[in-house]
Ligand binder design. Structure first.
Ligand SMILES: [Zn+2]
Length: 75
């Protein structure tokens, strides 16, 4: 059995991805409503995210607590 995993060493070593792997709440800077983002960045050049509810979010400052939470995302 020795040597069974010796082929192509290191080929499957991947750099950990920086994408969103778990749902995270992001406040939309336009409405200041917090949405849950599950899909990752839509348009990195303008910090736009796709929310769970389907809304496109323009990320506000991470220190902004927002004024409400999206009811659709909370489900
Ligand atoms: Zn939402």
């Amino acid at each position: 059995m020795a040597g069974r995993h010796s082929k192509r060493p290191g080929l499957h070593v991947r750099i950990p991805e920086q994408s969103v792997s778990r749902p995270v709440g992001i406040v939309d800077s336009r409405t200041r409503v917090e949405h849950v983002v599950a899909g990752g960045v839509v348009a990195p050049h303008r910090l736009s995210y796709l929310a769970k509810c389907g809304a496109e979010i323009l990320a506000a400052s991470l220190t902004d607590p927002g004024r409400a939470r999206c009811a659709q995302c909370a489900r």
